[in-house]
Design a protein around this ligand. Structure first.
Ligand code: NAG
Ligand code: NAG
Ligand code: NAG
Length: 978
């Protein structure tokens, strides 16, 4: 059929609140093909008042009885006990469970598990309480008779409560004392005391400041909403890091101090611990001064405490428990270009050609849903994306050392049974293997996504993963793509319930809202400050803008009825649970498949909703492992769960082309670091709405220091490839030059993330744990331990305020990347840094030794460039660094090379461990920053270096040595003395 040109997808999930608001204008797409547009009402349901906003809500603590512990038994790894209701059941938001099992396990020296679950569970309802280990990693006891610094204690006074204490300091890190445990079949509540002004991080995924403040409720219910501050969005990671700062007195007593940005210098220490709540149900986590309260609408209590006592130790332990981050292929660290609206292979080739013509590196070209025939997974649109021309294009692309990544949507189109020309074998094969979710009556659950009425894979069925794998293999045989971009996986649906049941003869239906480019959806906003910097563009846009509403319209659901439900003994109300979480979409079945959708083993989506996105990432990992045997699957996914980083990277989702979206990208990235998804970046220059030159300039530079570096744009917005503005070309090239030099460093950081659970992007608070003034810092960040980035995040700025940790205390030295000299500031507070448009302030930390390579248009070519070693001396004249190399693609590389680089006593030692990987590129030069003097008797491997190859700049305090005439990593070691 002919697709009307205006019939395009709205954002890969731009807040449905936004699109629903525009849904009442008739669509232009119904012109010739008589395509049926679903009415807006299909995605409307009676509203709910979130419990936390409901003045009538009863606080469970006031009426529920709590539990009494008995029958306490010691075990090899901890203890077990029985908990019984301490009084009459309250049955407030469900049915109280009379009897619970308490299990305490010391699992490793730094991990303690506290588990509370019903005593009587049958196979039939097991997943109502437990996440199957096959679905998400379940940490187990790894050592017996271990010695832990964590101690579990409990009391029955007045009802069961427990504490977890750090023995060495006697700090109580978790305490439910004075707070009752509530355990009902649709409501589980427990709560712990926290310091009044806590420093708590994590609990992603959110658009929120890095440090989570007081009066913040984190809701988990995976939602197709990417840009809204403080609501539930795509991912569910119920893990937090808490850091406590202390001052220490001479007699060893420590006193908790409240962190703030302007506190005076002092002698501080800190300790950090982590808490992971392994519960995937919809839930609210309430952070309030002095306490944290968990309220889940199902599941069990399954808490893991990580002793730390430092952030790196907590993170390593957490990631070892849920899954260490996947190693990425080397090329994935190149620059990626995408947009919604690339209409053909030819257009992709033109974009690639333009990047080359302007001399801007480009590694990977991506497509949004434009490649698909009527938005159906695994079928190319013959108009523009024909199979044969695609193969020829991809051959040329691959020959040039470049890559191609298409989007794959989570939902599968159901063909119209009355139209034989509408056949879709992908659906038939999945249906034949029982791979799709069902209704409670056993019929297919049929929702609505881009292609029309769709079904949804059931990752708990036996058929789904083999079917998905087979489809990926088949598609790759036709279109040799290089990675997978997984979208809409919350899992999103544009209607309430199984709205397609009985209506398949209307397929393909148009979504119940206007798409970009359709008449009611033509107006796009520009970033703040645009009219000042872009008078001409602004003038042409202003008339259109005048008629548009606010950039953030609220949902205008027409159904204003409100539902409050009460417990229904013996049967759960899964669509309207008695406790209403603070879901951004309102009722649980709005803009998402319904909680009563049923999996092959009888498990309801109610249990699995927050795990669906994790399921498709695991399935895609399996699929790509079949497509590319032995190669590291490259996957970027939208909805994630704790441990998803072991399978995939993540992008920040549907952000906006505005300055707040750029600001929030930093805390979102730091959060993802902490949660084990280091392969993270956001839609650079912004997704929804129009960008402008200034925003794109700053953003192309900022994202160059994020691990995943992609420019992506929505349909019908102005083009925003890096070559669209002269200034953005220059800015992108200069930031990319640094990124390319740092690629070996970035790759080595990923190796440490993958093997040891280290972070890649780092918060200042993590690298400088004894400086409480950095507890909230999220407008600057570090890449690994060595690179400090202080970006401009505002329009019309010529400078930026930044801090240089440890500098005024005399502990750290920071060198300006561009002029190689040490920064000198007089105060620990903000320093004004010159940062005209096109300049991103970047600093190297003293004590770093960085192996650098050179800029090229692709990472393949960059890997064949000479090596430079950059030594940035610390205050003692010391430094160290390392390097990991392999083929850059294999899951289990059979050849590796590591090098350790150490500087001490005016001597650099490179010690190389050969594991079979050969890198023949020459050592071009060694540069030393922060060198006071030299007698010019520089020796390489004990031999004097010719004077002509030694350049010392006394003013800048830099020494550059060249002329080595040897490959950098050939021998077992080399030394340079000065
Ligand atoms: C709870 O503990 C009892 C007694 O130890 C045991 O028989 C029962 O199987 C446990 N229940 C679960 C769900 O593990
Ligand atoms: C499900 O689990 C509860 C414990 O919460 C138990 O009392 C009940 O009998 C179980 N129901 C079924 C149908 O197995
Ligand atoms: C948190 O809310 C309470 C009660 O509404 C209020 O008294 C307090 O000032 C708030 N705290 C912050 C940090 O906003």
């Amino acid at each position: 059929m002919c697709i009307p040109p205006t019939w395009r997808r709205v954002l890969s999930g731009l807040s449905l609140a936004w699109v629903v608001a525009q849904a009442h204008t008739p669509s232009a797409s119904t012109t010739s093909s008589a395509q049926y547009t679903l009415p807006a009402s299909v995605n409307e349901a009676p509203g709910v008042i979130p419990n936390i906003k409901d003045p009538q809500a009863v606080n469970a603590q006031t009426i529920c009885p709590g539990y009494i512990a008995s029958n306490v038994q010691k075990t090899n790894s901890g203890l077990t006990a029985s908990l019984t209701l301490a009084g009459e059941a309250c049955n407030l938001y469900g049915t109280d469970v009379e009897s619970l099992n308490l299990t305490i396990e010391y699992q490793t020296t730094d991990r303690l598990n506290v588990a509370i679950a019903p005593t009587y569970i049958s196979a039939a309802n097991e997943t109502q309480y437990f996440i199957p280990p096959s679905v998400a990693a379940k940490p187990e006891v790894e050592e017996s008779n271990l010695v832990s610094d964590l101690e579990f204690s409990w009391s029955n006074d007045p009802s069961f409560a427990f504490e977890v204490t750090r023995k060495s300091t006697e700090d109580v890190i978790f305490s439910t004392k004075g707070r009752k445990l509530v355990f009902e079949n649709q409501f589980v509540e427990f709560s712990s005391a926290l310091p009044e002004e806590y420093n708590l991080y994590g609990l992603g995924e959110s658009i929120h400041a890095f440090r989570l403040g007081n009066n913040y409720t984190k809701t988990y219910y995976a939602a197709d909403d990417g840009a809204t501050v403080d609501v539930n969005i795509y991912g569910t990671h119920p893990f937090y890091l808490e850091t406590r700062y202390f001052t220490e007195s001479d007699d060893g007593n420590h006193t908790l101090v409240t962190a703030n940005e302007t506190m005076p210098d002092g002698n501080y220490t800190s300790q950090s611990h982590g808490v992971y709540s392994r519960n995937a149900h919809g839930q609210d986590i309430l952070l309030q001064a002095g306490g944290i309260t968990y309220r889940a609408i199902g599941g069990s209590i399954d808490l893991y405490f990580f002793a730390g006592p430092t952030q790196p130790k907590v993170t390593t332990s957490y990631l070892k428990a849920v899954g260490l981050p996947a190693m990425q292929q080397y090329w994935t660290f190149g620059f990626h270009q995408c947009r919604w609206g690339y209409k053909s292979w030819q257009e992709l080739e033109d974009v690639v050609g333009n990047y080359t013509q302007f001399g801007i590196p480009l590694e990977t070209i991506w497509t949004d849903i434009d490649w698909m025939l009527r938005y159906r997974d695994f079928e190319n649109n013959p108009i523009g994306f024909g199979d044969a021309p695609g193969q020829k294009f991809l051959q040329r692309l691959h020959d040039g050392g470049r890559h191609y990544v298409p989007i794959f949507d989570s939902a599968i189109y159901v063909p119209n049974p009355t139209d034989s020309s509408d056949a879709y074998p992908v659906f038939e094969r999945g249906n034949d293997t029982g791979s799709f979710l069902k209704n409670p009556d056993g019929s297919l659950y049929i929702g609505d996504v881009w292609p029309g009425f769709t079904v949804f894979p059931d990752w708990l069925s036996d058929g789904a993963v083999p079917w998905w794998t087979d489809e990926m293999v088949r598609y790759h045989n036709i279109t040799p793509f290089d990675g997978a971009w997984i979208d809409m996986s919350e899992i999103s649906s544009f209607c309430v319930g199984s709205c397609g049941s009985g209506h398949l003869d209307q397929n393909p239906v148009h979504p119940p809202f206007a798409l970009p480019g359709e008449p009611s959806n033509l107006v796009l906003n520009y970033p703040e400050g645009f009219n000042k910097t872009n008078a001409t563009e602004a003038a042409s846009a202003s008339s259109a803008l005048a008629s548009s509403s606010s950039a953030y319209p609220a949902s205008t659901s027409t159904d204003t009825s409100i539902i409050r439900t009460t417990p229904t003994p013996g049967i759960r109300n899964v669509n309207y649970p008695p406790y209403a979480i603070n879901n951004v979409q309102g009722a649980l079945d709005v803009s998402a498949i319904s909680p009563n959708a049923t999996h092959a083993d009888g498990t309801l989506e109610y249990e699995m909703h927050n795990l669906w996105g994790h399921g498709i990432l695991k399935a895609t990992y399996t699929a790509l492992s079949a497509v590319f045997p032995d190669l590291r699957p490259f996957i970027i996914g939208r909805s994630t769960f704790s441990g998803s980083g072991a399978f995939a990277g993540h992008w920040g989702g549907d952000n906006w082309s505005n300055w707040p979206s750029m600001i929030f990208s930093i805390p979102q990235a730091l959060e993802m670091s902490l949660l084990g998804i280091p392969m993270f970046g956001v839609d650079t220059c912004g997704f929804a709405d129009n960008t402008d030159m200034e925003l794109c300039n700053r953003w192309m530079q900022l994202s160059a220091f994020f691990p995943f570096y992609r420019n992506h744009n929505t349909l019908s917005a102005i083009s925003q490839e890096a070559y669209r503005w002269d200034s953005v070309i220059d800015a992108s090239k200069s930031a990319m030059a640094i990124r390319f030099q740092l690629l070996p460093y970035l790759y080595t950081l990923f190796y440490h993330a993958h093997t040891k659970g280290h972070t890649v992007m780092r918060a200042l608070a993590w690298e400088f744990p004894n400086d409480p003034s950095l507890a909230s810092a999220d407008r600057q960040f570090l890449l690994g331990p060595s690179i400090l980035v202080i970006p401009v995040l505002e329009p019309s700025a010529k400078s930026v305020e930044g801090v240089f940790p440890g500098l005024t205390q005399g502990q750290e030295t920071w060198y300006d990347w561009y002029n190689h000299t040490a920064v000198s500031v007089s105060s620990r507070a903000n320093t004004t840094i010159d940062a005209p448009l096109g300049h991103i302030p970047v600093y190297v930390r003293g004590g770093s030794v960085l192996p650098l390579q050179q800029r090229a248009l692709t990472t393949r070519d960059a890997r064949n460039t000479p090596w430079d070693i950059l030594v940035a001396l610390d205050k003692n004249g010391d430094g160290d660094g390392d390097l990991y190399l392999d083929d850059g693609i294999s899951v289990q590389p059979n050849a590796t090379l590591t090098a350790n680089l150490t500087v001490h006593n005016r001597r650099l030692d490179a010690v190389i461990n050969h594991g079979g990987w050969v890198d023949g590129n020459v050592l071009r030069n060694v540069t030393i920053w922060g060198i006071e003097n030299t007698d010019n008797k520089v020796k390489f491997n004990g031999h004097h270096v010719h004077q002509g190859n030694v350049q010392f700049d006394k003013i800048k305090k830099t020494l550059v040595v060249s002329g080595f005439n040897t490959s950098a990593w050939a021998g077992d070691r080399w030394t340079l003395e000065w």
